[in-house]
Design a protein around this ligand. Structure first.
Ligand SMILES: C[S@@+](CC[C@H](N)C(=O)[O-])C[C@H]1O[C@@H](n2cnc3c(N)ncnc32)[C@H](O)[C@@H]1O
Ligand SMILES: O=S(=O)(c1ccc2c(c1)CN[C@@H](CF)C2)N1CCSCC1
Length: 273
C-alpha cells in the first residue's frame, strides 16, 4: 500500500479516538455482565488467570514492564506489578492518561473501583482478598510514568524513555487491533512495539477475535481489524516473536452486550527473538 494511503488510514483511526469516553468504555467492558466475578464462565477470571500464570511461571523477569495502550484500565498489570520494580503505563489519549493518574493519586473521583479485580488477583496469588490494599500500594509504588504512545510510529515512545537495552516485558491488551486500519498496519505496529523490548524479553498480548467494531462511548463507533487465531500467530512470527502459548476464550452469547461484535479473546505469550 502506498505511503499516503497508509497515513490516511492511521489518521482516520486517530480521528475516531477523539471522542473516546473512558468512563463509558469502562462501564461497557469492566462492569457486569462482562466483569462478573461470580460467574464461572466469566471472561474476567479467565483473563486474570492467563496474566497471573504468564507472569509467575518462572520465565518472565527483569526490572521494567511497559503496558502499551493502557487505556483507562489497570487489571492488566495487577500480576506484573509483583514481578517488576518499574512499570510504565502508556496511552495515546490524555483523557486515559488522566484516568490512570486519578487512580495513582488515590484521592477518589475515578471512573471505576478496581477493588474486585485487586481482590481476585490476590486470591490467585494465594493471599487473602483483604490484601488488596497492599497490592494497590505495590502497584502505585512501581508505576514510574504514565506516558503518551503511538504504536504506528516506528518509535512508539519518546526517545530516552526506556533504557538502551529496552524493556524486559511488554503487555498490551485490546490495543493493536482496535487502533489499526487493517491487518498490515496491525502487524507493523507489532513490529514497532517489539523494538521497545530487549532480545529475549516477553510480550503478553491480549486481544479481540472476530471483532469489526466497538463503541468507545455513546455513539463513538470505532472500527477494529477482525482477527483470527492464525492471523495473530502469523503476525507475531512476521514481527520477530517466537510464540510460547496461545489461549482462546469464546464469549458466551449473553456477554454480547451490544458494545461490540467480539466473538472471542486471545491471550498470547511470546518472546522476542
Ligand atoms: C480498546 S482500548 C484498550 C484499553 C485497555 N488496554 C484495555 O485492555 O481495555 C484501545 C486503546 O488504544 C489507545 N490508542 C488509540 N490509538 C492509539 C495508538 N495510535 N497507539 C497506541 N494506543 C492507541 C486508545 O486511546 C485506547 O486506550
Ligand atoms: O474481554 S472483555 O470482555 C473485553 C474487554 C475490552 C474489550 C473487549 C472485550 C472487546 N472490545 C475491545 C475493543 F477494543 C475492548 N473483558 C471485559 C471484562 S474484564 C476482562 C476483559
Amino acid at each position: 500500500m502506498e505511503e499516503k494511503a497508509k497515513e490516511n488510514g492511521i489518521a482516520a483511526m486517530a480521528a475516531c479516538y477523539q471522542k473516546f469516553d473512558p468512563a463509558a468504555y469502562l462501564q461497557y467492558n469492566y462492569t457486569p455482565p462482562r466483569a462478573d466475578f461470580a460467574r464461572k464462565d466469566s471472561i474476567v477470571p479467565w483473563k486474570l488467570a492467563c496474566l497471573h500464570r504468564a507472569f509467575t511461571e518462572g520465565d518472565v523477569s527483569g526490572e521494567l514492564l511497559v503496558d502499551i495502550g493502557s487505556g483507562p484500565t489497570l487489571y492488566q498489570v495487577m500480576s506484573g506489578c509483583e514481578v517488576f520494580n518499574k512499570l510504565i503505563l502508556t496511552d495515546f489519549l490524555e483523557v486515559n492518561r488522566q484516568e490512570l493518574r486519578c487512580w495513582l493519586q488515590n484521592e477518589g473521583g475515578c471512573s471505576l473501583d478496581w477493588t474486585p479485580y485487586l481482590e481476585h488477583v490476590c486470591k490467585l496469588e494465594g493471599k487473602r482478598p483483604s490484601a488488596w490494599k497492599e497490592k494497590a500500594g505495590r502497584l502505585r509504588h512501581v508505576i514510574s510514568d504514565i506516558l503518551p504512545v503511538d504504536v504506528h510510529c516506528s518509535q512508539p515512545l519518546a526517545p530516552e524513555t526506556l533504557p538502551l537495552a529496552g524493556a524486559d516485558c511488554l503487555v498490551s491488551c485490546f490495543c493493536l487491533e482496535s487502533v489499526s486500519p487493517d491487518l498490515p498496519a496491525f502487524t507493523r505496529a507489532l513490529g514497532h512495539i517489539g523494538k521497545l523490548l530487549r532480545p529475549g524479553g516477553h510480550l503478553l498480548l491480549i486481544g479481540a477475535l472476530g471483532e469489526s467494531y466497538y463503541f468507545g462511548g455513546p455513539g463513538v463507533r470505532i472500527p477494529v481489524v477482525p482477527l483470527n487465531e492464525a492471523q495473530v500467530c502469523d503476525s507475531l512470527k512476521e514481527s520477530g516473536y517466537t510464540l510460547i502459548r496461545l489461549e482462546v476464550y469464546t464469549l458466551p452469547q449473553d456477554m454480547q452486550v451490544g458494545v461490540d461484535d467480539v466473538t472471542g479473546v486471545f491471550f498470547a505469550k511470546a518472546k522476542k527473538e
